[in-house]
Design a protein around this ligand. Sequence first.
Ligand SMILES: [Zn+2]
Length: 273
Amino acid sequence: MLLETPMLAAYATVVATLVGLVMGSFLNCLAWRMTHGESVMHGRSHCTSCGHVLGPLDLVPVLSWVFSRGRCRYCGERVSWRYPATEVLCAVVYASLVVRYGLTLQTIELIAFASVLLVLSLTDLDEYVIPNVTIVVAIVIRLAYIVAEGILGSGDALIMLRDAAIGGIAVAVPVLLLALVMDHVLGRESLGGGDVKLLFVAGLYFGWQQCLFLLMVACVIGLVFAAIGRHGTNAGSESNARLIPFGPSIAAACWITMLFGDQVLRWYLTLFL
Ligand SMILES: [Zn+2]
């Protein structure tokens, strides 16, 4: 269902924004627990410095951080600005997808995928890992969507499945080969294994044609990241840093492709017709 009236569109966007804020807070916590070996399912949210269990007042997205002036209410330790920033980003992503796709099955699929992308971006930024579980979950979401679309929608699930598989392989295999060649030439890891897996997933979602656009966007974002990172990091962490922090760049490119991939591809094809 598309958003037919302005009233409905406004309402859906507001709801998506609020859900995005809350989910952003949850996904932040999820990413942190994944990289710190804590159970994802059990245990209550706590301050990462003093361990004090957080109450409802501490868990209001963005507002808690603003009103406590970016500090823990119990021990006074600074709480990174990244927490409210992630919450706002998640809200913007959710709202943008609802505006772009309306109230459809595809919106649910892409919001779920975007949530996975947010988590793996955070773990990649912090620990240089894209956990395999995030890749598996992203693939499961794609498969679930294709099955649901085959049952409820007009699409043929088998054809969609075939196209997705072709997309994944057509993107991942050349990227893998290129990475291996670059590793050999540079004498170090150019592209992490997680990045290649993530690009395979992108191929499943967007197909190889839109992935050409996606790769281009990811490279541009990656280079900008790298330029900023070179100013920001000290020499000590340099050895740990890869050439380009590619996970978050690919994730951001996925979001841009969700929003504009279709139009860009159609515009590009008209150049040849
Ligand atoms: Zn604390």
